[in-house]
Ligand binder design. Structure first.
Ligand code: NAP
Length: 250
């Protein structure tokens, strides 16, 4: 059954990889809920661009690491259409540090947003999409990172560990809901040209490490979004529990 307004929620859809996913999902004919946390201008820009090109999008503010915000985000989703997909993309990194320099508050924030946030957002998606709950099924794509296998030593072991958790979460959840019409997959982006690198304290990081990358270049948000869109689509109908590296060679 195809619903009247099949809808995808993209967390962190205002910038970077999430923005590219929001635009591509709209091009695929999906209604798009663009979540953001603080940058309302960026979110409004994406929503306007989609609506001006004939698509259908709405912005919703909310911190995925706060349960009440997640419930609020889903109030917007429920009013906008029938959820068929989730791009579980919102994530943060922090300034490059060793573990012996990291505060408990930093660790708590990292895991609250990257891990608990992704789990809460997926939980609410399952309540809506699972055939067990009267839904019609759907697909979840979690955004992990190459850091999950590289480890982030000397820079961000906290971030890497949070993404390692996303990988295992993806595999377990895929099995949990496989018989309920929901596929759960993850992508692991490598070095992608977005604004996230500024929050490591190294805005020119991409240029600095470009030559050491396998393809001698960084990836674009669109290159990651294309992989996410494949996993979201029916073309990936027998793919679940997969973790796809989008790293230009592992
Ligand atoms: P980005 O350009 O910094 O964009 C981050 C997005 O997430 C923004 O839309 C931001 O909203 C939103 N966001 C941040 N914290 C949030 C929260 N607590 N609740 C809701 N939304 C929140 O990041 P990106 O590079 O596109 O990264 C997207 C995902 O890819 C992340 O999970 C990241 O870990 C992963 N990743 C990125 C790379 C890379 O090289 N770029 C590599 C591997 C993995 P506002 O606009 O409102 O701030």
């Amino acid at each position: 059954m195809i619903p009247e307004t099949p809808t995808v929620l993209v967390t962190g859809g205002s910038r970077g990889i999430g923005r590219a996913c929001a635009v591509m999902a709209a091009e695929m004919g999906l209604s798009v809920v663009v979540n953001y946390v603080g940058n309302v201008e960026a979110a409004d820009y994406v929503v306007s661009a989609i609506n001006l090109s004939g698509g259908r999008a709405i912005a919703v503010q909310g911190d995925v690491g706060v349960e009440a915000d997640v419930l609020k985000i889903y109030e917007t989703v429920d009013a906008f259409g029938t959820l068929v997909g989730l791009v579980n993309n919102a994530g943060v990194i922090d300034v490059a540090s060793r573990l012996d320099e990291m505060s408990a508050a930093r660790l708590e924030r990292m895991f609250r947003i990257n891990v608990i946030g992704s789990m809460l957002v997926a939980r609410e998606a399952i309540k809506r999409m699972s055939t067990l709950h009267g839904g019609i099924g759907g697909a979840i794509v979690n955004v992990s990172s190459a850091a999950a296998y590289l480890g982030g030593g000397g820079q961000y072991v906290d971030y890497a560990a949070s993404k390692g958790a996303i990988d295992i979460f993806t595999q377990g959840l895929a099995k949990e809901v496989a018989a309920e019409g929901i596929r759960v997959n993850a992508v692991r982006p490598g070095i992608i040209d977005t604004e996230i690198h500024a929050s490591i304290g190294q805005p020119d990081r991409v240029a600095q490490i470009r030559d050491s990358l396998p393809m001698k270049r960084e990836g674009s948000a669109e290159e990651v979004a294309r992989a996410i869109m494949w996993l979201l689509s029916d073309d990936a109908s027998y793919t679940s529990g997969a973790i796809l590296n989008v790293t230009g060679a592992r």
